[in-house]
Write a protein that binds this ligand. Sequence first.
Ligand SMILES: [Zn+2]
Ligand SMILES: [Zn+2]
Length: 156
Amino acid sequence: MTKDWNLPREGSCRCGAVRLTMTKPAILTAACHCRGCQKMSASSYSLTLMLPEDGLTVTAGEPVLGGLKGDTVRHFFCPSCLTWIFSKPQRVPGFINLRATMLDDTSDIAPFIETWTDEKLAFAETGAPKRFPQFPGPEDMAPLRRDFAEWTERNP
Ligand SMILES: [Zn+2]
Ligand SMILES: [Zn+2]
């Protein structure tokens, strides 16, 4: 059975000025332990739903660029509450990384991979079945997407 993502699925920033609708299933879910994610999330790791770029619609508000200027990833924030909402990685065009905690319902969200365990806080465990010391390489993406699809069928 394929996972039922309950689409379309709504989300927002902390204050609600930016609202979103997720309209396509995630192709991968991830937790990232890198120092940049630690700082921007003010926590031990970030949570991501990787979506096709046309699988996320901003329905209210206008997210603004933030994070590290000149980064290969463009990070978008709420202009009012400054919540980190989503990112567009330039090295993976056509995809958008939604911070999973923006969804109104997060009850079925879990990371399939964790990245940058080289920089993780000693206590931080996510339960992700696959781990990478840094980011997976481009050649890892097709097998990861296939394995993720199988995993979500077993863990709907
Ligand atoms: Zn906001
Ligand atoms: Zn990161």
